[in-house]
Ligand binder design. Structure first.
Ligand SMILES: C[S@@+](CC[C@H](N)C(=O)[O-])C[C@H]1O[C@@H](n2cnc3c(N)ncnc32)[C@H](O)[C@@H]1O
Length: 483
């Protein structure tokens, strides 16, 4: 077999894996209502087992369960509209053959394509403490990645500025340009969600996935609050506020003619990257979870008015609620209209694995700043992350970080082969110094992550925050000669 045949075969194989991964993620979204209904049925079964006298005291609960169903319908409606707007970047109609022909054993199980996007929240959405470190490795290497050479913002095919509607709506789109005309007509949204109506969704994959996948959908819903609801403002102030302040302080003379650039790896649902863009940076979010990208694309590109959607993010946990009303409360999304937020031209979201997309030679010395927020601990090898951050920064460029070190691949019971290099903060800094960084600001900031602000239990992190500057090469060389 020639090299080009081999390359073609490899590409087909990778695309097939990506399709498989995406199918499973879409199926997880479709499984959401059924899994939620199963929970409600379970609550009802428990209620029915109560002695008559106890039932009489709690006679309001059956009504609560009906209300829960309506909340699930509302969330499902949001999810279905989001899926309708989604244009898969790969050909979803292809058979699994390409994958099955490769006999390396990796096709015998699903490639769900996603590490847990919410692995920083140690309480599960169902209220049970658990480790959400799924360890499933993303295979989104090609289809939706901004290749390093195409990460030049405007005009790139894979990482495209969306120009749907009019020019004032320019905003990032992670999809194929042909999808840019797909705008959800919100005027047709019925007042009460009709979740039975699957218009445009029938061709999408519907099959059962493990509950752990549905948990990821619930995590995305919590992330929506963090990034796109007024309820998440306090958390954003804690996490994003200090980062934005540092960016302003380090780049005081931002000018519209030639804005500084900023990369946000592990951008989640994209709010931080958007806020950075609004400060006057050419900002690029990088994210490899399709769970996240499907949702961020919908909010960034399709939402047309503030509060367009009402969701019920906290319904999936009966634990630590002060009242049923608290648990059932709606949250309006988005809290701002992204397209009119004042973004700087060139804002983009780039799908793909940070290491794959930015680890190559074309990205070297490209960025004025890199911002990592709750991202460093997603690494299999944090040293590799730091090396890449150093490589892609210009000399004198700035790296701002905030987050804990809750290594996502630590404690992977039963998956001993998962690589996970788990360093202390002291060692992380040592590695950074070795890659030519010097520490300019360092503090600890208490933050939450996708926490229900009204719950009786809230996890707090004492997050490490720093600003490091990549020393100019000459300084680095001189210092190593002096040692
Ligand atoms: C804990 S979340 C933080 C999200 C966001 N920065 C925030 O503060 O809300 C980590 C994010 O990084 C993404 N991620 C993990 N590993 C990644 C990788 N290798 N490349 C790109 N994104 C990654 C996850 O999918 C997830 O969305």
């Amino acid at each position: 077999m020639s090299n080009s045949d081999e390359e073609l075969r490899r590409r087909k194989y990778e695309e097939a894996l990506e399709v498989k991964s995406l199918r499973r993620i879409i199926a997880a979204y479709f499984n959401y209502p059924e899994a939620a209904e199963d929970d409600v049925k379970r609550y009802e079964r428990s209620f029915r087992r109560l002695p008559v006298a106890h039932k009489a005291m709690l006679a309001h609960l059956p009504l609560k369960y009906q209300k829960l169903r309506r909340c699930i319908d509302k969330n499902t409606f949001f999810i279905y509209e989001m899926l309708k707007a989604f244009e898969p970047p790969v050909d979803m109609s292809q058979e699994d053959e390409n994958c099955e022909h490769v006999d390396d054993g990796s096709c015998g199980h699903f490639h769900s394509g996603d590490r847990d996007p919410c692995a920083c929240e140690s309480a599960s959405v169902s209220g049970r403490p658990h480790s959400t470190k799924s360890g499933e490795v993303c295979e989104e290497k090609n289809g939706n990645c901004c290749k390093p050479e195409s990460a030049n913002f405007e005009g790139s095919l894979e990482c495209k500025t969306n120009t749907h509607k009019d020019t004032s709506d320019n905003i990032t789109d992670i999809k194929d340009p042909k999808s840019l005309d797909t705008v959800t007509d919100i005027s047709s949204v019925p007042p009460e969600p009709e979740c039975e109506s699957h218009d445009g969704l029938d061709s999408m994959p519907h099959f059962h996935v493990p509950l752990v996948d549905v948990d990821k959908v619930r995590c995305v819903i919590r992330n929506i609050v963090r990034d796109w609801a007024t309820e998440g403002q306090k958390e954003r102030d804690e996490c994003y506020g200090p980062i934005l302040e540092e960016l302003k302080r380090n780049f005081p003379d931002r000018n519209k003619e030639s804005p500084p650039t900023c990369l946000v790896p592990g951008a989640g649902l994209g709010r931080l990257a958007l806020e950075i863009s609004c400060l006057g940076f050419i900002s690029q979010g990088n994210e490899f979870s399709y769970y996240m990208m499907i949702c961020s694309s919908f909010i960034l590109n399709q939402c047309e008015v503030v509060g367009e959607w009402s969701i019920h993010p906290w319904i999936h946990s009966n634990c630590n609620s002060l009242s049923d009303a608290d648990q059932l409360r709606p949250v309006s999304v988005p809290d701002i209209h992204p397209a009119s937020a004042g973004i700087t031209e060139g804002f983009s979201m780039c799908g793909g694995d940070f290491v794959e997309v930015y680890g190559g030679p074309t990205q070297v010395g490209s960025w004025d700043s890199v911002v990592t927020c709750f991202f460093l601990d997603t690494a299999h090898n944090i040293v590799e992350y730091i090396e890449i951050i150093s490589n892609i920064l210009k000399d004198g460029g700035v790296w701002i970080n905030l987050g804990p070190l809750l290594y996502h691949f630590a404690d992977m019971y039963g998956q001993e082969d998962e690589m996970s290099v788990e360093l202390s903060l002291e060692d992380v800094k040592k590695v950074a110094f070795n890659y030519g960084f010097q520490l300019e600001v360092e503090k600890t900031i208490e933050t939450t992550y996708t926490t229900n602000p009204r719950a009786m239990m809230q996890n707090h992190y004492f997050s490490a925050f720093w600003t490091m500057r990549k020393k100019p090469l000459a300084t680095s060389i001189q210092e190593s000669m002096d040692e």
